[in-house]
Ligand binder design. Structure first.
Ligand code: CMP
Length: 139
């Protein structure tokens, strides 16, 4: 059975380009309820840990550099079938391949700077949410 929560980050490129409002509007208009949210900046150690599954990939260094270069918005979102529905809303990792109307099609500039993160499984949604939020920060 699929879960009802996912985790997202509006990445430094989206924040720098003034897209926080536009992206949050799309998320809530698509039926997601924000149950936790913070404006924060990842340290190098945070980003290395968060993306440790990618540490052997050639883009890992650039990914850590990018994700730490400015503030992000982190949030936990609630909706039936949250992980799958949110991944459909954000579109393909590479914005050039993202469907029309998706968040990455609208706001991302490249595969590396792709505006928004969405958990890829219920298990990772729980791990990633717990990385950023304590129980008392989730409403
Ligand atoms: P996301 O899926 O949120 O988490 C992993 C990130 O790694 C991904 O978004 C991209 O930002 C980045 N990424 C994935 N593939 C590549 C790639 N081929 N080149 C550069 N960055 C990538």
């Amino acid at each position: 059975m699929s879960g009802n929560r996912t985790f997202t980050m509006l990445k430094p490129d989206a924040v720098e380009n003034g897209h926080i409002g536009g992206i949050l509007e799309k998320i809530t208009a698509s039926g997601f309820k924000i149950v936790a949210m913070k404006y924060t900046q990842l340290s190098k150690r945070d980003a290395q840990e968060f993306y440790s599954v990618h540490k052997e990939r050639p883009f890992y260094g650039d990914l850590v550099e990018f994700m730490t270069r400015g503030p992000i918005v982190a949030a936990i979102l609630e909706k039936d079938n949250a992980v799958e529905d949110f991944r459909a809303l954000i579109g393909a990792t590479n914005p050039a391949e993202a469907a029309d109307g998706t968040i990455r099609k609208l706001y991302a500039t490249s595969i590396g700077e792709n505006a928004v993160h969405g958990s890829d499984s219920d298990e990772n949604a729980a791990i990633e949410g717990a990385f950023h939020f304590s129980g008392r920060e989730i409403y």
